[in-house]
Design a protein. Structure first.
Length: 342
């Protein structure tokens, strides 16, 4: 790599671009440049690793032009402490420099990087969500599907005609909840939404710090789903709640679920692990959760898989390692932990 270019930040700056970085693994969240610099220097672990990788979106554009921005979707490996493996980062940057030099906003960008092993294509939900977020952050208009989606959630035409909705329209609506009428209409319509709408909606709202007003409505619906043992609805509501500003309310819901008959349901366990992991940063709740997982005998590899997933998350790792040393473990939890080291 060029001796003057030692990081991705250096490369983007040397190319004369404006740029932003986002985590797009577990959810889409912006990473500020100071934090990204520390991640690149392996000073701190990656905040939300997914399967031992950092899934990153880099948005950049030429300072001197007003063309559409460019996007790199990168999948970079992490070490056992969830820190960036810098050799892989260096390899990616070297491949970019070899192919493009510092002219990374050239029109050949996409074609030149087609065979780059660190470039990946996010799934359709993530692409729609990221597109919607970019339109908001760059003050661009929403897609042509936005207005019809707004009309649907207003309830003026009822909720049965959902087949005309598009994923991008739902994404645009979700990332514009700061518009008062949007969040009000969503609160009023949520109880009537068919699962065919609620599921893609959940895939968008899980990326958003939803307001307390919407959180309270979802909490109400969540308790109804627990009472009715409606697992598909409960999973969707948990996803919608997972990034709420009112974390305490979500924690209370997780406690209720873990004390219910649905605690051992596989879909719910996986949703808490993959989406609502922030609620597991408290040792007592984490203990109860892992104890519940240990009692699920139908999936022998479940405990080790969830342990590996959670121990990689910096905010949970210390508590999970502390759990290995607690005295008041159930026999099931003790056996499950023992198998990790056998």
């Amino acid at each position: 790599m060029d001796s003057n270019i030692s990081t991705l930040a250096n490369l983007l700056d040397a190319a004369g671009t404006q740029w932003r970085v986002y985590d797009i693994g577990r959810r889409i969240t912006k990473i500020n440049k100071e934090t990204f610099s520390k991640i690149e220097d392996a000073q701190i672990p990656y905040p939300s690793p997914l399967q031992k990788h950092a899934l990153i979106a880099i948005l950049f554009w030429d300072k001197k032009q007003t063309e559409e921005p460019y996007i790199w979707f990168l999948k970079l490996p992490l070490d056992e402490e969830s820190k960036l493996i810098q050799a892989s980062r260096d390899h990616f940057a070297s491949m970019v420099l070899e192919a493009l030099g510092t002219q990374i906003t050239s029109q050949q960008d996409v074609q030149q990087l087609n065979n780059n092993p660190y470039v990946f294509t996010p799934n359709a939900n993530k692409r729609a969500a990221f597109n919607a977020l970019m339109k908001v952050e760059t003050n661009k208009p929403a897609s042509i599907y936005y207005e019809s989606t707004q009309l649907y959630f207003s309830g003026k035409l009822g909720f049965k005609d959902w087949k005309s909705l598009s994923l991008q329209g739902i994404a645009d609506f979700s990332f514009r909840l700061d518009k008062t009428e949007n969040v009000t209409n969503l609160i009023n319509s949520f109880a009537y939404l068919p699962v065919e709408v609620c599921t893609p909606l959940a895939s968008m709202l899980e990326n958003i710090e939803i307001p307390t007003s919407l959180t309270e409505k979802l909490i109400e619906l969540t308790h109804n789903a627990i009472k009715n043992k409606d697992v598909p609805a409960l999973v969707n509501y948990l996803r919608c709640l997972s990034h709420t500003k009112a974390q305490t309310l979500l924690n209370d819901v997780i406690d209720t679920i873990l004390s219910s008959e649905l605690a051992c349901n596989l879909d719910i366990i996986l949703t808490i692990t993959g989406r609502a992991w922030a609620s597991l940063s408290e040792l007592k709740r984490l203990h109860q959760f892992m104890d519940t997982v240990a009692y699920i005998e139908d999936y022998p590899e479940l405990f080790s898989g969830i342990f590996a997933d959670l121990v990689a998350i910096p905010t949970i790792r210390p508590q999970l390692l502390a759990l290995l040393r607690v005295d008041n473990r159930s026999d099931a939890l003790a056996r499950a932990i023992g198998k990790l080291f056998s």
